[in-house]
Write a protein that binds this ligand. Sequence first.
Ligand SMILES: [Zn+2]
Length: 196
Amino acid sequence: MKIIKLLSLILGSLYLLGCTASKEISVNSRESWQAAKPKPFTQHVPERITIHHEGTIFEKSGDAPKHIKNVQTWGMGKDRNWTDIPYHFLIDPNGNVYEGRNVFTVGETATEYDPTGHLLITCMGNFEEQEIGEEQLEALINLTAYCCKKYQISPETIASHKDYSKQTVCPGKNLYKFIENGYIQSEVIKRLKDGD
Ligand SMILES: [Zn+2]
């Protein structure tokens, strides 16, 4: 009897641990990458998830906060004159998530689509040339599920930059395949159900 009770307790806590793991998301703040203050911005309500790659080859050993800061500095400079870093969230190859621009501000793009209403998540790296690792893909799924829940966005809206633009291969074929075959969407839906 005692053993059965003990077993059920252990199984119960394992189950709880599993649930917590799927829901938990830790986002590194803008301070973690020493973000500059944004310029005045246009507001919007995010209603779809759009996945990007950052486009620069980036390895696990790279200094993610430093790279993110450089992207912001370049984007806000004379080349682009953007109001802030273009994306709402960034994920490094180790699966760490970083806060980008305010979610309620319109993102930026160097191509022809209008990102109003799009919540932009970028994976650091170039997946036309690199393979996406398990940690980064897993973090992308968890973050997308978190955003769907928090901002009441349907997982049906999950798409990528190149679904809206003919001028880009972003997020690269090695990441796009997981969008195209429905893997990311079905994993997000699973996690949303687990989180109820
Ligand atoms: Zn893109």
